[in-house]
Ligand binder design. Sequence first.
Ligand SMILES: Nc1ncnc2c1ncn2[C@@H]1O[C@H](COP(=O)(O)OP(=O)(O)OP(=O)(O)O)[C@@H](O)[C@H]1O
Length: 260
Amino acid sequence: MDERYAIEADDISFSYATESPALRGLSLRVRRGEFVCVLGHSGCGKSTLLSLLMGLLDPSSGSIKIEGEPMRGPATDRAIVFQDYSLFPWMTARQNVAFGIEHSRGLAKKAALERADGYLAQVGLYESRGKYPHQLSGGMRQRAAIARALAMDSAIWLFDEPFSALDPQMRGSLQALVMELAKTERHRTVLFVTHNVDEAVLLGERILFMAGGRICREAAVPFDYPRAKNEILRTPEYFSLANSLAELFYETRGERERAG
Ligand SMILES: Nc1ncnc2c1ncn2[C@@H]1O[C@H](COP(=O)(O)OP(=O)(O)OP(=O)(O)O)[C@@H](O)[C@H]1O
């Protein structure tokens, strides 16, 4: 068992029933405590990869290890945050967060609700804890989803384009929140899927670029944490990395159709 890696995927392939393969021999390694962003065109297999890493789908070939152990389906060592918030609409923000605590840690309802308040405060949502999802803005709902992931105390966080539907200001404040929670509070392992080059460069320590169901390129991000967007945006390193990633988007357009 290799202690260095939180996630190891070796040569994994996956096909949906009627489709050409969504993943084709993909391999990746994410070190413990590393923040890795995954970029790629729509349809290149990013969400499928996350579903396999959550244990919601099984690879048709290849193997996955989580914290050095063979994948055994969904477990609380991994939490996922989706673009569409995925909160229970009939529960308040507080109840949504408490639900995960109650069921993953076996706490009584009252204790779970009290614990939930702490996590909601951490994401700036304490005042709105009694509101239902439809009473919250998109950004607030995403904060609640992040509080739920915090409450699960999972060592690995998977994000599937969580901020794509948000306006730039909200997106900026949630990016800062995720970086702070992932990097300063405790070293979590994060795999963050996004379409957005700027977001990948701002957040990631390493960027994996996917095309045609596998990883075709990777790049190290040359900035230390904590990072401030307005500082890194002006550097030549930022400009050069963002440009080379934008070029990759251009080069790999239509890749999946060619591969299929
Ligand atoms: N449930 C499904 N049934 C059949 N085909 C699917 C299913 N989910 C995804 N696919 C197909 O598998 C391929 C990979 O899809 P996936 O959602 O993983 O890509 P993605 O990179 O996450 O795309 P996006 O960025 O648009 O979310 C696509 O061709 C998609 O149409």
